[in-house]
Structures are given as structure tokens and as C-alpha cells.
Design a protein around this ligand. Structure first.
Ligand code: ATR
Length: 289
């Protein structure tokens, strides 16, 4: 590690349960090394009071904190301010020290978007399909609205969950922007090519053969597929998109850029694309890729 720990070293870290598999220390300690910042980033298991952990970190003058599963919503009660975009998403992952406590941000979703841009994919004017209707899917639908997508179709096993998201986002948008559907509903959408975001945990290691939709006709409709999963590096969803002539990307860049955006907030810098690629290399090394 590049940093010489001394009396001026600032502490950064991530709280979660579990935390032992996090790649965040790799991202942040490498950024600290590149920029010669006197900070260290450590994982903290929080399996008791989240409020105590947050208050403790603030009292200890932490330079910033990431928050991961399962604390991303609960933590909202213990901060002094919430960024506007994060409020709409309803989950936060980054805390920045402010007057009297932390201000909370969501960098996961801006991270996904920055990853897309770095792959040359934009949401502007796109017809978007989202698989799943959990927190991640809801956030992606909100991002699509923010970034000028033409329309969004949420396909989910439990249609009522997709309908709830559609209702909420359409009320916010003031128009029929999101349409909810069953997983079998996609034939109605044929005739166009879509940007499709796989926002479920289906296909995650060790169940690498699982995929939400198998049908070949579905994959013919996708020009670009994003999976929020990065383990395995190529999911079955991605393989199917590619086999049908589309481009496919995994969730590793989302993870990279959520970290980079957090680091930028904490240290008031902008990280170049060149450095981002360097950090991505370190992450792949850590994953044994
Ligand atoms: P998160 O909040 O992290 O996004 P979640 O709330 O657990 O995750 O949501 C997981 C999503 O994956 C849900 O949309 C779920 O579908 P249901 O709403 O029908 O439960 C979807 N999902 C999980 N396992 C699935 C499977 N085997 N087939 C299809 N969809 C699945």
C-alpha cells in the first residue's frame, strides 16, 4: 500500500454485513496511492446498531464511509442530509462528512451510468427493458428517466412489483414512461431493438447457468445488454445477448465507478478515465481475472 500511515492519516471505509468479499478497499487504496492522498480505506463489519456505527465514524472524523447491504436504507435515519437524486432512489451507499453529521449520496446508479458512457452506451432516446423489479431495477428505471430514455419496460416474474414501480415513476414523470410486464410479455415489444438491463441476482455465482429469460426471440430484440452481476465475469444473460449479435457488459464497471464517484466526493477531485482503467485492472487482478 502506498500510504505511510501517520498522525494525519484520514480513515475511510465501508460498513456492511458481510463485508469480507468487498472489492472497495482495492479501489480506494489504489486511488489513494495514485493521487498520493494520506487516507486508508478499511472494511467494517456492522452486525449491531447501524446508528452507533455512523455516529462513531462521525465522532472519529472519518473522511467518508460507504454503506453496503443490508444497511443501504436504514442508514438514511442517521444522516443530516440526503442528496436529491439519492432521495428519489431511496437507498444510499456513500456518506460524506458535513456540518453535524454525514450527508448521504447514491453513487451506485451514477456509477452504472458512468460505466455505460465509458462503454460508449447512452440512454438518451433509447427504448429500455429492465429485468427484475427489486431495488436495483427501480433505481435503473429512475436513471433512465433522468437520462432521457424514450421509454422503459419492466419485465418481472411478479408483475405486481413491476406495476408498483411503474405507478410510482409515472406519477413522478407525469406521463406513461414505465410499462410493467410479465417475463412472457416481451413478444408484444418485437420490431424494435432495446437496451436491456438485467437487474436481478439470477445468474450470480454459483448458479451461473440460471437466466431470467431463455428464449432466443427475446435476445434477438437486444442491441446492448448490461448485467449488474460481475461474478461470473460473463453471465449466461451476457452470453445469450452476444450469441444473438448484441454487445454485452457486466457489473464490474458499475462497481468501479460507484467507488470512483464516492472517492471524488470525499476528496474533491475528478478521476480521469486513464486512472479509472488502471483501477479496473487492479480489481480484475484481485478477482483473479
Ligand atoms: P434488489 O433489491 O437487490 O434489486 P430484490 O428486491 O431481491 O433485489 O429483487 C430481486 C429481483 O429478482 C426481483 O424482481 C425478483 O423477482 P420477483 O419480484 O418475482 O421475486 C427477481 N428474481 C429473483 N429470482 C428470480 C428467478 N429465479 N426468476 C425470475 N426472477 C427472479
Amino acid at each position: 500500500m502506498g500510504v505511510t500511515v501517520n498522525g494525519r492519516t484520514k480513515t475511510l471505509g465501508v460498513i456492511g454485513n458481510p463485508v469480507e468479499h468487498t472489492l472497495s478497499p482495492v479501489i480506494h487504496n489504489e486511488l489513494a496511492r495514485v493521487y498520493n492522498h494520506n487516507v486508508v480505506y478499511l472494511p467494517y463489519l456492522v452486525d449491531g446498531s447501524v446508528g452507533d456505527a455512523i455516529r462513531g465514524a462521525y465522532a472519529l472524523h472519518f473522511g467518508g464511509l460507504n454503506v453496503t447491504v443490508p444497511h443501504k436504507t436504514e442508514v438514511l435515519q442517521y444522516v443530516v442530509e440526503v442528496d436529491e437524486f439519492a432521495k428519489r432512489i431511496g437507498a444510499v451507499n456513500t456518506l460524506v462528512p458535513a456540518e453535524g453529521g454525514f450527508k448521504a449520496y447514491n453513487t451506485d446508479i451514477p456509477g452504472l451510468y458512468r460505466g455505460m458512457l465509458s462503454d460508449g452506451v447512452n440512454m438518451d432516446g433509447e427504448d429500455v427493458m429492465i429485468l427484475g423489479a427489486g431495488g436495483a431495477a427501480r433505481s435503473v428505471a429512475m436513471l433512465a428517466l433522468d437520462k432521457g430514455a424514450k421509454q422503459v419496460y419492466i419485465l418481472n416474474r411478479t408483475v405486481s412489483k413491476a406495476e408498483e414501480i411503474a405507478k410510482e415513476i409515472n406519477a413522478y414523470a407525469g406521463r406513461e414512461f414505465v410499462t410493467a410486464m410479465a417475463l412472457t410479455g416481451y413478444p408484444k415489444l418485437s420490431g424494435k431493438k432495446y437496451l436491456c438491463i438485467q437487474a436481478t441476482s439470477v445468474g450470480l455465482y454459483p448458479k451461473v447457468e440460471d437466466v431470467v429469460i431463455e428464449d432466443s426471440e427475446f435476445y434477438d430484440m437486444i442491441h446492448t445488454g448490461y448485467d449488474i452481476i460481475y461474478n461470473p465475469y460473463e453471465t449466461r444473460f451476457m452470453s445469450l445477448v452476444k450469441a444473438h449479435g448484441g454487445r454485452a457488459f457486466n457489473g464490474l464497471k458499475m462497481l468501479l465507478y460507484q467507488g470512483i464517484i464516492a472517492y471524488e466526493l470525499w476528496n474533491d477531485i475528478s478521476v480521469s478515465e486513464e486512472v479509472a482503467q488502471q483501477i479496473l485492472g487492479k480489481m480484475k487482478e484481485a478477482l483473479g481475472l
